[in-house]
Design a protein around this ligand. Structure first.
Ligand code: P6P
Length: 335
């Protein structure tokens, strides 16, 4: 048993005074996310045994076919956090609009809003490849005591109070930051407890792994393809980089965070903003990347400085080791 590792609960209590706007609410919110994660983890781990794999037969707001586990994960996070009256609003990849959360006696007193991709990479579930949950937390900007509005969700990534992801992989890990570095917790499924297994995670400044769906390269701008050619070339100093692409952002990002590397989802001729969603995929991952000493850009500017205009807006997305991002920008002519 990991008795030497601090538990998630102990860690949160020990560090809650460092949280911006230190208040019990953020502590409750992070613990609520930990609880919802354990419930989703159980469903993901038994998906093949009960009729939980496969598609629902519905299309979500993104125009993507919904997996059964997408809906279960979405409902689990929304129900768990709504019942605890911790947040005043939730926006989800699986919901067309945001959800205002208030029980009569609370009168919209909660301070935080949550944005979430409940199960990213869910098309991988049927083939037992790692999937993940991604979350982003802001302090509301409209007056406490009033219902949340879209303005509470359309905030720049730099203003996040906290962000993180869960990776349901060979082990289940919760990785998050409250603006004071990045810490990773591994779930001991036998005990149902998260233990601090990766304290103060730092992304190596350099790496030799690139993650991209190469099949789309004929539609990439020239600078992206020039950078990919650079990655594949050996020269006197180095061998070609390794190509690693799981098809789950969380899995690719987690590996590159630990080993060093770059993840790319460029825009294309037909989809200039690419595929990934700014508010609940790119911003939280960008927050973690920068907190760990890495970088995240849209090819020109920091992801964290993009002024959002729509809940489900997309952006080209490049994140990883800071020297790899800089080299990419050289090829894009945006350095
Ligand atoms: P493609 C999953 O749908 C996702 O949003 C990311 O997790 C993943 O990196 C990407 O899309 C995969 O997209 O077009 O390469 O299959």
């Amino acid at each position: 048993m990991n008795i030497k590792h601090q538990t998630l609960g102990e860690f949160i209590i020990e560090n809650q005074n460092a949280f911006s706007y230190s208040s019990g609410e953020l502590t409750k919110l992070l613990n609520g996310i930990g609880l919802a994660t354990k419930i989703v983890n159980q469903e993901v781990n038994k998906a093949g045994l009960v009729d939980l794999i496969g598609e629902v037969g519905e299309i979500n707001v993104q125009g993507e076919s919904q997996q059964k586990l997408d809906l279960i994960a979405n409902k689990t996070f929304i129900d768990t956090l709504s019942k605890r009256e911790i947040v005043c609003g939730i926006a989800s990849e699986e919901e067309e609009s945001f959800i205002s959360i208030n029980s009569q006696d609370k009168n919209h007193q909660n301070k935080y809003v949550l944005l979430i991709d409940p199960l990213d990479g869910s098309s991988n579930i049927d083939v037992n490849v790692s999937v993940g949950t991604i979350f982003s937390i802001y302090r509301r900007v409209t007056p406490v005591g009033t219902p949340v509005t879209i303005d509470d969700f359309l905030q720049k990534g730099r203003d996040q109070i906290a962000a993180g992801y869960i990776i349901y992989g060979s082990s289940t890990m919760l990785v998050f930051s409250t603006g004071h570095g990045v810490n990773g917790f591994t779930l001991n499924p036998g005990l149902g407890t998260f233990y601090l297994s990766h304290p103060n995670m730092r992304q190596p400044e350099d790496g030799s792994i690139y993650s991209v769906n190469d099949a789309n390269s004929e539609f990439f701008e020239q600078g992206v393809n020039d950078y990919l050619s650079y990655c594949k070339k050996s020269n006197g100093q180095r061998k070609p980089y390794k190509a690693r692409y799981v098809g789950s952002l969380v899995a690719d990002f987690h590996r590159n965070l630990i080993k060093g590397g770059i993840y790319m989802y460029p825009g294309t001729v037909s989809d200039k903003n690419g595929k990934l969603r700014l508010l609940y995929e790119c911003n939280p991952i960008a927050f973690l990347a920068t907190q760990a000493g890495g970088e995240a850009s849209d090819g020109k500017n920091s992801i964290l400085d993009i002024e959002p205009t729509e809940l489900h807006q997309r952006t080209p997305f490049y994140t990883g080791s800071i020297n790899m991002i800089e080299k990419l920008h050289e090829f894009l002519g945006t350095k």
